[in-house]
Write a protein that binds this ligand. Sequence first.
Ligand SMILES: C=CC1=C(C)c2cc3[nH]c(cc4nc(cc5[nH]c(cc1n2)c(C)c5CCC(=O)O)C(CCC(=O)O)=C4C)c(C)c3C=C
Ligand SMILES: [Fe+2]
Ligand SMILES: [Fe+2]
Length: 357
Amino acid sequence: MGRKIAVVLFNLGGPDGPDSVQPFLRNLFDDPAIIQAPLPIRWALARFISKTRAPSAKKNYAMMGAGGGSPLLPETEKQAEALQIELAASLPGDEVRTFIAMRYWHPFTRDVARQVKDWGADEVVLLPLYPQFSTTTTGSSLKEWKKHYAGPTRTVCCYPFEESFIAAHVDQIMAAFDQAGRPENVSLLLSAHGLPEKIVEAGDPYQWQCETLVAMIAARVPQDWEVVGCYQSRVGPLKWIGPSTDLEVERTSKEKRNILIAPIAFVSEHIETLVELGEEYKLLAEQHGAASYTRVEALGTHPGFIRTLAGETMAALDMNDTIRSCAGSRLCPTGASGCPHADVVRQAGRAVSMPAA
Ligand SMILES: C=CC1=C(C)c2cc3[nH]c(cc4nc(cc5[nH]c(cc1n2)c(C)c5CCC(=O)O)C(CCC(=O)O)=C4C)c(C)c3C=C
Ligand SMILES: [Fe+2]
Ligand SMILES: [Fe+2]
C-alpha cells in the first residue's frame, strides 16, 4: 500500500480583506523572529506599529484588486495545486496532498498542523516558499510548526542555487526583455526583500544566498547588461542591508538605462511585487528619466519552478536524514557542515564571495 505524503508549503500569509490588515500586521510584529524584544515590550510594540502602519498598508492592499486583501493565498493555492499534480505523476503509488501553512494569517500554521495530523500522513515534507533561508521567514515558520506538530517530518531548508530555479528566473527575465522590445543599455535589478543588518551579522545566510544567486543569474544573461542585486521593503528604524532597490532605481534612471526589475526572494505576486515593484518604483523610474521600466513577473506556477519544488520534495523523501540542508551557514537549521551547493556556487561565473561558515 502506498504512503500518505503531506507536503506543507510555508509562506508568510497576507490579509484577506481591509479588516484583517491590522491584526495581520500585529501577528507579524509580535513574532520574536521579527522584533527581538522581550514579551511585554514586543506585544506593546506590535500593537503600536500595526495600528500606525495599518492605514497606509490598507491603501496599498486596496491597489491590487483583491478586495482590499492580499492575492498571496490564491496565488499560493495555484502553486500548491500544480505541485500536487506534478508529485502525483512522480509518485504514482502514493497519495500526495499539498497543504498551505501561513505564518501570520489564515490558514494558520497551527490549524494546518492539526489538519495534517487528522489526515493521517505517513510522511510530512516541510517545504518553504522562500528560496533563501532566513530566521525571519523559514526559521520562524519551522519554529511555529514544531510547536504544533509532534510527529516526524522532513524539512527542506532552501533551494537558492537549484538549476531549474535559476533557469526559471532567466526564462522570466528574457520574456520581460522581449516584452520591452529587446533594448540596448539594460540594467537588470534583482530585488530581494531586505533584512536588518544585525540579523545577517548574527549569522543569517539569507544575504549571501541572495548575492550568490545574483551572480549565477548574471552569468546567464547577455554579458553587456549591468546586473545589480538590491534589497527592498525596508521597515523600521534599524540599519538594513543594501544597496536599496529605490536608490538603484534612481541611479539607473538618471543614467537613462532601460530597467528590468525582477523579484528573487518572492515566488508569487503580492503587495511587494505588484505595488512596490509594479507601481512605486515605476513612478520613481519615470520621475528620474529611465529610458524604460519593465517589471519581471514572479515565478508563480512557472513549470521550471514547480519542477524545483517537486525535486526538493522528492530529494527530501529519498534522504536518510530528516533535513535537506543548504548548509554552509552557521544558522542552517540542520547545524550541518559542508554545503551540497558548494560546487555550483564555485562555478557561478561572475565574482562570488562566499561567507565564512
Ligand atoms: C519588519 C520586518 C520585516 C522583515 C525582516 C521581513 C522579512 C521578509 N518578508 C518576506 C516576505 C514577505 N513579506 C510580506 C509582508 C510584510 N513584511 C513585513 C515586514 C518584514 N518582512 C511587513 C510589515 C509586511 C506587510 C506588508 C507591509 O505592510 O508592507 C509578505 C506578504 C505580502 C502580502 O501580500 O501580504 C511576504 C511574502 C521575506 C522573503 C523576508 C525576508 C527574507
Ligand atoms: Fe516581509
Ligand atoms: Fe540549510
